[in-house]
Design a protein around this ligand. Structure first.
Ligand SMILES: C[S@@+](CC[C@H](N)C(=O)[O-])C[C@H]1O[C@@H](n2cnc3c(N)ncnc32)[C@H](O)[C@@H]1O
Length: 253
């Protein structure tokens, strides 16, 4: 391990990632709180969790803070975000990370466990188009144990309410503009910082080769997610939380 890696302040990178994401989603922590409430409701205080498209491991960090007896597998494809995740949880036996593409038909074969009490994901599956997402939901139905849950918190706009959507968007963007003027980092500025960091520069260049700026996906409605999850083999599915811009769908196996 190089001196630079030893000296990297992973917690600072975690925090700055969280601030950047909160710039887009001021109620991000609220959705995580409800997500973990639902995990507790269905799996109790020692769940085995799959943190799907984990990024820097934000969900895993909140999971372990609240349930120290939990274990987590984080899956992602981004080498820079995974470097931060691996650095943050180095030496913690409760956490494993897997590099995998969720569009790879074989990705579940890389998991260290055959099944999970809960699969959790946030702000990620809109990077997939609807057809690969439907396929992924079918795979997840095979990964969540009977009686376990899948929770997806993401942008799930309702196309039937264009004026409501537009008014909410205008207000949100005005707030974001003010926060940016006060120094908040957006996605692009955050990645510029990562690219300038001696440890993260390499993995950051790699992630831009994989994704470009951002993968291109779809943002279907919460109803679409619930219906598709039922078709994929989940017994029940519905929205358990929503904000004016986002929703969280729970599917019960
Ligand atoms: C906006 S980040 C959210 C990360 C984390 N869930 C959070 O809330 O901070 C989206 C994540 O989805 C991951 N992702 C997108 N498409 C993926 C794919 N096909 N396979 C694996 N991970 C993917 C990205 O690498 C990125 O880490």
């Amino acid at each position: 391990m190089t001196e630079a890696v030893v000296g990297t302040d992973w917690k600072a990178w975690q925090d700055s990632w969280d601030r950047q994401q909160e710039w887009y989603m001021p109620d991000r922590e609220e959705r995580f709180r409800v997500m973990l409430d639902m995990v507790e409701a269905f799996a109790g205080p020692t769940p085995r969790v799959l943190d799907l498209a984990c990024g820097t491991g934000t969900i895993t960090a909140r999971l372990l803070d609240r349930f120290p007896g939990a274990v987590s597998t984080g899956v992602d494809l981004d080498p820079a975000l995974l470097a931060i995740a691996r650095g943050t949880f180095a030496g913690d036996d409760r956490v494993r990370f897997v590099t995998a593409d969720l569009k790879d038909p074989q990705w579940t074969g890389q998991l260290p466990h055959a099944s999970y009490d809960a699969v959790l994901t946030a702000t990620a599956l809109h990077w997939l188009h609807s057809d690969p997402l439907r396929t992924l939901y079918g795979q997840l139905a095979g990964v969540v144990r009977e009686g376990g849950v899948f929770l997806n918190a993401d942008h799930m706009p309702d196309p039937g309410t264009p004026r409501i959507n537009e008014a909410e968007r205008t207000l949100r963007h005005a707030r974001m503009d003010r926060a940016k003027a006060a120094g908040a980092l957006d996605w692009r500025a955050w990645w510029e910082l990562a690219a300038a960091d001696p440890v993260l520069a390499g993995p950051t260049a790699e992630r831009f080769e994989i994704y470009g700026e951002h993968a291109d996906g779809d943002t279907p409605s919460a109803e679409w997610h619930a219906q598709t999850l039922r078709e994929a083999g989940f017994a029940e599915a519905r929205t358990v939380w929503s904000s004016p811009m986002d929703a969280m769908v729970l599917a019960l196996k």
